[in-house]
Design a protein around this ligand. Structure first.
Ligand SMILES: Nc1nc2c(c(=O)[nH]1)N[C@H]1C(S)=C(S)[C@@H](COP(=O)(O)OP(=O)(O)OC[C@H]3O[C@@H](n4cnc5c(=O)[nH]c(N)nc54)[C@H](O)[C@@H]3O)O[C@H]1N2
Ligand SMILES: Nc1nc2c(c(=O)[nH]1)N[C@H]1C(S)=C(S)[C@@H](COP(=O)(O)OP(=O)(O)OC[C@H]3O[C@@H](n4cnc5c(=O)[nH]c(N)nc54)[C@H](O)[C@@H]3O)O[C@H]1N2
Ligand code: SF4
Ligand SMILES: [Mo]
Length: 726
């Protein structure tokens, strides 16, 4: 529950927390309400940046469709308002009934991207499920970039992390567009400007993307890969580097193993083969590989493009191999690239962490999908609800997520959610998912709760070259109070009160690090269950305990501040250390061989549908706000394809895939690679309803091609036909 007193009328410093850029803002408060939001102009490392989503924060807070009190489904299938205390009592009773009959495993929890807006939810969420005794914890991370964590487990890690882009002479982004998506693959602070500055100082930006994105336009080498062929291209680059002797032999001798096996595995990926498969001219591959390898410092980062394609984990793995083969890891004496600010102080070392298990023993019985280094595969959740085995999931708590529009195979998702005995949604509006819920419990919005920048620092654990690359920290109190008369519960308080009602004890666990390689030992903090829930500031105090810079100090600098952490340098390895990173994981090399043999081609008339993000919307958030324009989500195609397929002049088209069809608007877009099309996700509503604007691409995504480890289905490079809509 928000505990900080709201601010008086006037301008106040805060942080936009709609995406992981966490832009510093100034909020104009009038009559106790958010009147307008501006980028903070006072010389922050964001340079006053603010995007349309941030400007629309006031509209989000005052939206007419915002839920201001819990609702429960009635016998007549409508929603009736209810007091939060009553709703908690009802949910507790129903959970007790389900657990008594079927065991704790029948209760699952899904935590979505809402965690970006209120990170305090993550610890009580995990604590609640531990207390319940259910392993069924799912998150949006496993339909985002699960291959990142699995690849890091298979490859091992560099204890000091990867380089920051700001220090690099070459930088490789595979299937990401940080100029628009902001938080992936470039510094979080105004990535568009940072990429421009980097290009101006001569950094070789290499972008692998079928589309000529806003990011690719700033690149020295834009490799316009055919969708789904990233592993082939990365293997080809590795082959060039090894054939030309550009590897860092000294580094490899001490810190890696498996070089000979990797060399052999990539040897069939010669330039002729790679050009034919990827569509990227051989000369470009060679030039990019040389720039990457010869750089004094460089980094490679994969984002959603390769993640959503088949062999996603392999692409992440090969990107790590590129870093290691070229020795692009920070050495002893260099400044620590990601030293932690609001995360605990730790000792970054020029030493490898050995690989660790990528797959756990627990499996989802319906699909056989295992618990893996990124968590339990969300794409296996619907089957685990629809299965008729005794261990089926019967209740789902959905916290800050919108499965109907974000999970693959929308038809199956809706069928599964409708089959639940209990669906509880924490969201601030009646989303396509909330429409299927038995209870919806709305939280306060970002400017009504405190926050700080710790969350961005976490990104380094899900991608070694990501995270807070400027030593910046900021904290914000709640700026305004929730609307008068509202009955709102932040996610942690909701779960605390539910646990209290169910007689469960919650213990918050704080970890920083990956797998077994925590930077500091795990801290467990049992909560006092006898009184009210801890305030969000209390949870932040616990989460930031032992931080390199004290949260109390950060709170006092309300505009945020840079901290001089230049004294934190990379230290030498521990004496006798002989841990190595692995270049030839057997599972990865056998997947590479499978890639080599693949002969999939598109049939005549088919195009490959790709994913993309748009500036005005954060996944499914914002489409209801008039301030952000009309949410159309047209299918984008290259004008030549529109011509060739006889679609010239068509306003609406029918997109037919193996898993469904979709009617959508058509737009000509000459940034697309001919033979591809693109659609964003998060638009539209339920399949049967007319609620929601734009079209939901989840209707075209299937689940039959799930990665055996991460469960990631094919969410890009989907073959479709496009015809004029009747
Ligand atoms: N404005 C805005 N910002 C966001 C979001 C948003 O919805 N809107 N969402 C947030 C979230 S949850 C995430 S995970 C991040 C995602 O951040 P990014 O991963 O940067 O997302 P995109 O901008 O969609 O970039 C993906 C790119 O992959 C390309 N691509 C598609 N298929 C392939 C392929 O097979 N191979 C390669 N190499 N490229 C391919 C697409 O053309 C696209 O340019 O953005 C976050 N930030
Ligand atoms: N086809 C296709 N599918 C995709 C993707 C794609 O590009 N294409 N992208 C994938 C990726 S990268 C991701 S991360 C997932 C996203 O999957 P989800 O996280 O399930 O989807 P979102 O649309 O981000 O839903 C976030 C929900 O949280 C709510 N919310 C926002 N802030 C708060 C808050 O503070 N508290 C609470 N309780 N709720 C809040 C919002 O209203 C919204 O309904 O989707 C994945 N699915
Ligand atoms: S990029 Fe836009 S949505 Fe993201 S934090 Fe900044 S202003 Fe907010
Ligand atoms: Mo995501």
């Amino acid at each position: 529950m928000p505990t900080t007193a709201p601010k008086p009328d006037g301008r106040h410093s805060s942080i936009c927390r709609l995406c992981l850029s966490y832009c510093p803002i100034e909020v104009e408060v009038r009559n106790g309400m958010v009147a307008s939001v501006h980028g903070d102009p006072t010389g922050t490392p964001w340079n006053g940046f603010l995007c349309p989503k941030g400007r629309a924060l006031p509209a989000q807070h005052t939206a007419a469709d915002r839920l201001l009190h819990p609702v429960r489904r009635t016998a007549a299938d409508t929603f009736a308002p209810a007091a939060s205390a009553d709703v908690i009592a009802d949910i507790a009773a129903r959970l007790h009934g389900i657990i008594d009959a079927h065991g704790p495993q029948s209760v699952a929890l899904y935590i979505g991207t809402g965690v970006v807006s209120n990170p305090t939810m993550q610890w009580p969420v995990a604590a609640f499920m531990r207390a319940l005794g259910s392993p069924m914890v799912f998150s949006a991370a496993t339909i985002d970039k699960p291959g990142a964590n699995v690849a890091q487990a298979l490859h091992g890690l560099w204890q000091a992390g990867g380089y920051r882009m700001e220090d690099c002479d070459a930088w490789l982004i595979v299937g990401g567009n940080p100029v628009i998506a902001r938080s992936n693959g470039a510094p979080p602070n105004n990535p568009g400007l940072r990429l421009k500055e980097a290009a101006a100082r001569g950094m070789a930006l290499i972008v692998i993307d079928p589309r000529q994105t806003e990011t690719a336009r700033r690149a020295r080498h834009h490799l316009r890969v055919r969708p789904g062929q990233d592993a082939v291209l990365l293997a080809g680059m590795l082959r060039v580097i090894l054939a030309e002797g550009l590897e860092d032999r000294e580094f490899l001798t001490t810190h890696a193993q498996g070089l000979d096996a990797l060399r052999e595995a990539v040897s069939p990926f010669d330039l002729e083969f790679v050009e034919a498969r990827t569509g990227v001219p051989a000369a470009q591959i060679v030039a990019a590989a040389r720039d990457f390898a010869r750089a004094r410092r460089a980094g490679a980062v994969c984002s959603t493009g390769p993640s959503f394609a088949p062999h996603g984990t392999l692409s992440f793995y090969l990107a790590l191999c590129l870093n290691t083969v070229c020795g692009h890891w920070p050495r002893e004496g260099e400044p620590a690239p990601f030293p932690n600010i609001l995360l605990p102080a730790f000792t970054p070392r020029a030493q490898a962490w050995a690989p660790y298990p990528a797959v756990g023993a627990f499996q989802l019985s319906a699909t056989g999908l295992p618990l893996n280094a990124s968590g339990l595969p969300t794409a296996g959740l619907p089957d685990q609800i629809l299965t008729d085995t005794p261990d089926r999931i019967r209740a789902l708590l959905c916290i800050g997520g919108n499965p109907v529009l974000s999970w693959p195979d929308q038809r199956t998702t809706e069928r599964a959610l409708s089959a639940l005995d209990l669906l509880v949604v924490s969201d601030f509006r009646l989303t396509a998912t909330a429409e299927l819920a038995h209870f919806v419990v709305p939280p306060p919005l970002t400017l009504e709760i405190p926050g700080n920048t710790q969350m961005i620092e976490w990104l380094k654990y899900i991608g070694v070259t990501r995270g807070m690359s400027v030593p910046w920290a900021q904290a914000t109190p709640a700026i305004v109070a929730p609307p008068e008369g509202a009955d709102l519960l932040d996610e942690g308080s909701f779960l605390f009160l539910l646990a209290q009602r169910m007689g469960l004890d919650l213990t918050l666990n704080f970890v920083s690090g990956l797998g077994p390689h925590a930077e500091v030992p795990l801290r467990s903090v049992p909560l006092d269950m006898s009184g009210p829930p801890p305030s969000l500031e209390t949870i932040y105090d616990l989460a930031c305990a032992g931080s390199r810079v004290a949260l109390g100090q950060v709170r006092q600098q309300s505009r945020g501040a840079l901290h001089d952490l230049s004294h934190v340098t990379v230290e030498g390895p521990l004496p006798g250390a002989d841990t190595r990173m692995e270049l030839a994981d057997p599972m990865m090399l056998s997947d590479l061989e499978a890639v080599l043999r693949e002969t999939r081609t598109t049939a005549p008339g088919e195009v490959l549908l790709t994913c993309r993000r748009v500036n005005n919307y954060m996944n499914s958030v914002g489409q209801d706000l008039a301030a952000l324009g009309e949410p159309i989500n047209p299918l984008a195609m290259h004008p030549d394809d529109i011509n060739a397929l006889g679609l010239t002049g068509a306003r609406r088209v029918l997109v037919e895939g193996q898993h469904g069809t979709l009617v959508c608007a058509l737009s000509a877009d000459n940034t697309l690679l001919p033979g591809t099309a693109s659609l964003s996700h998060g638009f539209g509503g339920r399949m049967a309803s007319t609620v929601g604007a734009g079209t939901s691409v989840a209707q075209l995504v299937g689940m039959d091609e799930r990665d055996p480890v991460t469960g990631m289905p094919r969410m890009t490079a989907i073959p479709v036909r496009v015809v004029t809509a009747p």
